[in-house]
Design a protein around this ligand. Sequence first.
Ligand code: AP5
Ligand code: MG
Length: 216
Amino acid sequence: MIVVFLGPPGAGKGTQCKSAVDRYGLRHLSSGDILRRERQEKSDLGKKAQTYMDAGQLVPDDLIVAMMMKEFENHSDAGFILDGFPRTIGQAQALDQALKKNNNSIDAVLNLQVDDDKLEQRVTGRRSCPECGTAYHLLYNPPQKQNLCDNSCGELDQRPDDTAEVVRNRIDAYHKQTAPLVDYYQKQGNVRLLDGNLTIEQVTLKLFDIMDSLLP
Ligand code: AP5
Ligand code: MG
């Protein structure tokens, strides 16, 4: 199964992908997570991506497409769920070509929609564990002890691009460069709408309904 998650910053892509990965045994390929790993390792790609990410702008297509193609080669054995890629028409075309070469295609594009006025609070309230990656929200999904991971790893982190100012640029980039992908995929007939304004648990149930319907 190959599933693409589309949605603005803070829509809940990462949160919902985690539930789907656990239930369907798919591989979670998050372009944002891969870029953050590259930055931590101080690789060439990480250094090139840093300025764009910190400003809330998209990293250029050539860098992203090369990075994701490498991931596909390394993980060609399993179905996957794509979180944050593709994010431009150019990236979507590159993905289509790569899948076609291997006689594969996208099973569904999940369009996770959330009203703009909710996104800033979702993003600025997010905290995550640098050790195990578990994500929290100060209001909607708080850790049991203040600022500590429930899995006893230690203190939680805040992403440097999760400030009110940067998130406005990220939302802007989403509307200008990523939202047009809904039309692109609608022409292929595989877009499924998912209301991300609901609670985390309600969205997960609706997501499972859609994904169950894709199973052979
Ligand atoms: P990326 O890491 O992909 O960030 P993003 O798209 O901005 O999305 P987020 O990770 O912020 O949001 P999410 O939808 O995953 O929300 P989450 O589940 O965490 O990209 C970062 C940067 O990398 C980009 O800005 C760009 O520079 C670069 N980049 C990445 N991919 C690229 C690409 N393909 N091309 C070019 N550049 C690229 O939830 C958010 C918070 O809300 C959490 O605290 C969660 O607990 C809470 N929450 C989730 N769902 C709900 C709910 N239903 N109700 C209440 N709270 C909720
Ligand atoms: Mg995410």
